[in-house]
Design a binder for this molecule. Structure first.
Ligand SMILES: NC(=O)c1ccc[n+]([C@@H]2O[C@H](COP(=O)([O-])OP(=O)(O)OC[C@H]3O[C@@H](n4cnc5c(N)ncnc54)[C@H](OP(=O)(O)O)[C@@H]3O)[C@@H](O)[C@H]2O)c1
Length: 281
């Protein structure tokens, strides 16, 4: 992102009165970022979606679904990095880990180490946080590539699965240094048990970077506290896509209230709204 693009302010619409605010630091600390105070556990998810609800479309020349290039942009990515910087642990999916183009390495799931994000590493260091958040991989199949390199990099790595998931595969992952969390009946993970297990491990800010199936897992158990939703002002279409939530209709629906709304007028090439939505319990 060019320096002038980084410095272009956003229009904060809510909470009022509306005013221009800087992009950098917006999601670092309160009032808009995850809480800094020790103690309370806080679970948040982050998505970018098009106006027609696409969070992913097939990547060019592959059938793999990824964040659409037409909406991905450096200003949203900066805020995504701030949310990663605030996390003690990142929750991702078995499917995502299997699809990593170069496999799992010590550099997977990073808070970016590019120079433009150096301030975020310093931010973590000053707060006594490890250089990178821990990683929790949610999976029923336990069909994962070797996690040895990631675990050996000094990060805590967990594999979250159900009580009945394959014991031999679980033991193999443990022997590579991953902690296996049995947090569900059958082979599937239950949201509340997952979050309680991660809290017992000492993690406070828990960030979902996976997709709609894990989001459902958290929503049905009422353990998501906040949704950071970037709405890119573009309509994309496409017959094969992912949207925010997979599976059957939620009954009752998950309810949110708008905590903040900001408008970003095109500095990264994409006009977009940043919405912060707090779960209503
Ligand atoms: N636009 C955005 O901001 C954004 C953000 C994140 C993701 N995405 C997109 O969303 C799509 C889906 O992402 P994703 O596949 O990473 O996430 P996902 O749909 O949440 O997770 C699917 C995988 O996670 C495991 N899983 C989920 N819930 C589980 C449960 N309760 N118990 C056990 N296992 C469970 C399963 O792994 P196993 O198959 O190993 O059992 C399943 O295959 C992708 O296209 C991705 O690009 C977009």
């Amino acid at each position: 992102m060019r320096q002038d693009e980084r410095e272009k302010p956003l229009l904060r619409i809510l909470p009022g009165p509306s005013m221009h605010v800087p992009l950098q630091g917006l999601y670092l600390g309160e009032p808009l970022g995850p809480p800094l105070a020790a103690g309370r556990r806080f679970v948040y998810a982050n998505f970018i979606a098009s106006l027609d609800g696409r969070i992913s479309l097939p990547a060019p020349s592959s059938d793999r679904l990824t964040v659409p290039a037409a909406i991905a942009n450096p200003r949203d990515f900066r805020l995504f990095q701030e949310l990663l910087a605030s996390a003690d642990v990142l929750i991702t999916s078995g499917r995502y880990v299997r699809g990593l183009p170069r496999g799992v390495s010590s550099r997977s799931f990073p808070l970016s180490t590019k120079p433009r994000y150096a301030d975020l590493h310093e931010w973590r260091r000053v707060r006594g946080l490890p250089p990178q958040p821990a990683v929790a991989i949610v999976t029923a199949s336990l069909d994962l590539p070797s996690l040895g390199a990631l675990a050996a990099s000094g990060r805590r790595v967990y594999v979250a699965t159900g009580n009945a998931a394959d014991r031999r595969r679980a033991a193999a992952l443990e022997s590579e240094g991953a902690g296996v969390l049995r947090v569900g009946e059958g082979i599937r993970v239950q949201g509340r048990r997952l979050i309680e297990a991660l809290s017992r491990e000492g993690h406070r800010n828990i960030a979902l970077i996976g997709g709609g199936e894990i989001l459902r897992t958290l929503l049905v158990d009422g353990v998501l506290d906040r949704l950071y939703l970037t709405l890119a002002c573009r309509v994309l279409g496409g017959a094969t896509f992912d949207t925010l939530l997979t599976g059957p209709q939620l009954d009752p629906p998950a309810r949110f209230e708008l905590g903040a709304l900001l408008y970003d007028e095109g500095a990264g090439g994409v006009d977009q709204l940043f919405a912060i939505l707090d779960a209503k319990r």
